[in-house]
Write a protein that binds this ligand. Structure first.
Ligand SMILES: Cc1ncc(COP(=O)(O)O)c(C=O)c1O
Length: 360
């Protein structure tokens, strides 16, 4: 695939350094972005890297009304030896395609996925934080662009990739979070779009998320839509419970996003001496386990924060403390093991890291 690279006004190095210092998450973007269009006749075409900026969109565009949209979130890490690595990018590519198929959108070839991301990341190397904590967040996105108010599949699509520096998720250190469990809202039902990374799932989570914040909780832990009994996932992260030496996480049943971090922990934890299990976990089991002390730890996992300890649940309105309410040993250990691989500080026996080679 040929990518045309057009000229962009580049931010001076001292300004990039300043913007990289405290970037937060998702607010600072680099100078350029990848774009490509799709039509039935031409497939994907016109791949190019252009200056970052607004995209022209008809007010009747499908995505603005019927939400044909899928996206991904992954990161590029600057290693101490100057190399830049991606973490399991092919998994995100496969997930994008699974999401796209559910949303009646075209898929992206492995070649296009790899070339789009690696060419852009290579060009924007200067934007990657080098402090061993921050990273370059990569947001590939696909939208339906056809201008038509009929409820139907768009006949034209746009795929774009934007990137920007992201600081450590918890700039003040590894802190346990408080999570709201509610039976009043569901995130997704089996048969719906829960397994797809598509905007509608996140739109549905905004109101419960706001109510959670009003209760001093940082996210919502959703229960299954049918019985409101089994835990599913947070609005933006998967969850694990530790009972003794066993790590348990809900199975992927169609309503949960298949997280790359979740999958990595299921693969890595046995090598650290844990047993792992995917099975339904009732919220009652968690509450009882927290009371009896059998539940040793609970933590959330995802690309943004890697591993986040859950210190307390608010189940409806009842506070349930998990162990001593602090950050457990397993959460620390898994965080360390994963980030050491991501930043090239440890061997990668799983073949998860992919070096972005400098292009000509
Ligand atoms: C709903 C949801 N669940 C789980 C995850 C974690 O997935 P990953 O580990 O691939 O970042 C995310 C983040 O992408 C998410 O949005």
């Amino acid at each position: 695939m040929e990518i045309k690279i057009t000229e962009a006004r580049l931010t001076p190095p001292d300004e990039i350094a300043r913007k990289k210092e405290n970037p937060g998450f998702g607010k600072v973007f680099s100078d350029r972005m990848f774009v490509a269009g799709w039509t039935a006749g031409n497939g994907w075409h016109g791949a190019k890297i252009v200056p970052y900026g607004p995209i022209p969109l008809d007010p009747a565009a499908n995505v603005l009304h019927y939400a044909q949209e899928v996206f991904e979130g992954l990161k590029a890490y600057a290693w101490a030896d100057g190399r830049v690595a991606l973490f399991r990018p092919e998994m995100n590519g496969r997930r994008l395609n699974a999401s796209a198929e559910r949303m009646c959108m075209p898929t992206v070839s492995e070649e296009m996925w790899t070339e789009a991301i690696e060419t852009l990341v290579d060009l924007e190397r200067a934007w990657i934080p080098t402090d061993g904590e921050g990273s370059l967040y990569i947001r590939p996105t696909m939208i339906g662009t056809e201008a038509s108010l009929g409820v139907k599949v768009s006949s034209t699509f746009l795929f774009y990739v934007i990137v920007g520096p992201a600081g450590p998720y918890f700039p003040t250190g590894f802190k346990p979070v408080r999570i709201w469990v509610t039976r009043d809202f569901v995130r997704a039902a089996v048969g719906g779009i829960g397994f797809a990374k598509t905007s509608g799932n996140y739109a549905a989570s905004l109101l419960p998320g706001r109510l959670a914040a009003e209760k001093g909780c940082s996210q919502v832990l959703y229960l299954d839509a049918r019985e409101r009994r089994y835990i599913e996932e947070l609005g933006g992260m998967n969850v694990f419970c530790r009972f003794g030496g066993r790590l348990v996480t809900p199975p992927l049943g169609g309503s949960i996003l298949p997280g790359v971090t979740r999958d990595s922990i299921l693969r890595l934890a046995p090598d650290l001496g844990y047993e792992v299990e995917e099975r339904p976990i009732a919220i009652d089991e968690i509450v009882e386990g927290a009371r009896s002390g059998e539940l040793g730890e609970m933590f959330a996992v995802g690309t943004a924060a890697v591993v986040t300890a859950i210190g307390e649940l608010l189940v409806e309105d009842e506070p349930v403390r998990i162990a001593d309410g602090g950050v457990g040993e397993t959460a620390r250990q898994l965080y360390g093991a994963l980030t050491d691989i991501q930043y090239g500080r440890a061997e990668d026996p799983y073949g998860w890291t992919r070096i972005v080679e400098p292009r000509g």
